[in-house]
Design a protein around this ligand. Structure first.
Ligand SMILES: O=C(O)CCC(=O)/C=C/C=C(\O)C(=O)O
Ligand SMILES: [Fe+2]
Length: 316
């Protein structure tokens, strides 16, 4: 079994509030190299772990984890919109296998996705539907959140299933690293926003979608000017997290409480659980080596921006 992994931060602010041209060129170079590596690997199947930002998953029914057997992206922040090419029978048997492993994952036969899924498919795979993709949602913003340990066990269960397939699999993790963009919270939102967060936001009117986009752009511009306006980025934590995954020490994170991570690195940093699940899945498929490690804090994108590739040993 040959397996490749790529984990990368995402940001809806790409193209709206960009860093200086030399930094943008550097990041685009990193993404371009990752895209070339994916093309060279030419996967038969992509498994993508990613979060949502109240665009597809709401408090009317919020699972910790969800496997899509069919899915489409809404195209928020100008990202790709349209149907994914989800192999339904394979996604169904993955879900059954994960449940059998003791991880109570939900399933969706019409999963609505946002930039968290669309951006990596666009940047790394070349589009939403050019490869068979199984999307796996990890709740990373709507408290109460799953723990690091559950994200690891989810990944291991997925990896055990993938190991039974005679396929070249690309495992993607989308999100993080340290960051806290202005995502609404149930405890502090006004009545209108609470209603949106409980499900009416599934079909947002155009003017409200635009206002929401502008609110994030404005917050990013302020953050560039003054990094005390949002939770600061935490490059040291981000680097130590990437090292920990590279060394296969995912279980070391089990002891970290969710509140502790929020206080340390920001409330959206829970998106790194997509990386933990991805690396956990890879780890059960064999020994692995990481390559092409990149990290830079990018205030314009309100993001500790990281990118990391890994392969099971057979393919290096
Ligand atoms: O305005 C909202 O309701 C949500 C804003 C939003 O979607 C922000 C997303 C930011 C990221 O995805 C990120 O930085 O990871
Ligand atoms: Fe995000």
């Amino acid at each position: 079994m040959k397996t490749m992994l790529h984990c990368m931060s995402h940001s809806p602010l790409v193209g709206f509030v960009d860093p200086l041209p030399e930094i943008l060129d550097e990041v685009n170079g990193v993404i371009s190299n990752a895209r070339k590596a994916v093309k060279a690997f030419d996967p038969d199947l992509v498994v993508l772990f990613a979060p949502d930002h109240y665009n597809g998953f709401f408090y009317d029914l919020m699972p910790s984890f969800c496997i899509g057997t069919d899915a489409y992206a809404i195209g928020d922040f100008g990202t790709l919109a349209g149907d994914l090419n989800v192999p339904q029978a394979l996604a169904e048997s993955l879900a059954a296998s994960v449940l059998d492993s003791g991880v109570d994952v939900a399933v969706s036969y019409r999963m609505q996705l946002d930039h968290g899924f669309a951006q990596p498919l666009d940047e790394l795979v070349g589009g939403l539907d050019c490869k068979p993709v199984i999307p796996i949602f990890i709740n990373s913003v709507a408290v109460p959140l799953p723990s690091f340990q559950r994200a690891r066990l989810l990944g291991e269960a997925v990896g055990r299933y993938l190991k039974t397939l005679d396929k070249k699999v690309l495992i993607l993790g989308s999100g993080g690293l340290s960051h806290q963009p202005p995502v609404p919270e149930l405890a502090t939102a006004n009545a209108h926003m609470v209603d949106r967060m409980k499900g009416s936001g599934r079909h947002l009117p155009d003017d409200e979608r635009e206002a929401r986009t502008q609110r994030v752009i404005t917050a990013a511009r302020r953050f560039v000017e003054d990094q005390s306006t949002l939770h600061p980025l935490h490059p040291e934590w981000d680097q130590s997290f990437m090292t920990l995954l590279s060394e296969g020490r995912m279980a070391d994170l089990d002891a970290m409480k969710n509140d502790e991570l929020s206080a340390l690195a920001g409330k959206s940093t829970h998106e790194v659980k997509a990386w933990v699940s991805a690396f956990a899945a890879l780890s059960v498929m064999g020994n692995f080596n990481t390559t092409n490690r990149y990290y830079r804090p990018i205030p314009e994108w309100i993001a500790g921006f990281g990118s990391l590739t890994a392969y099971t040993e057979k393919t290096l």
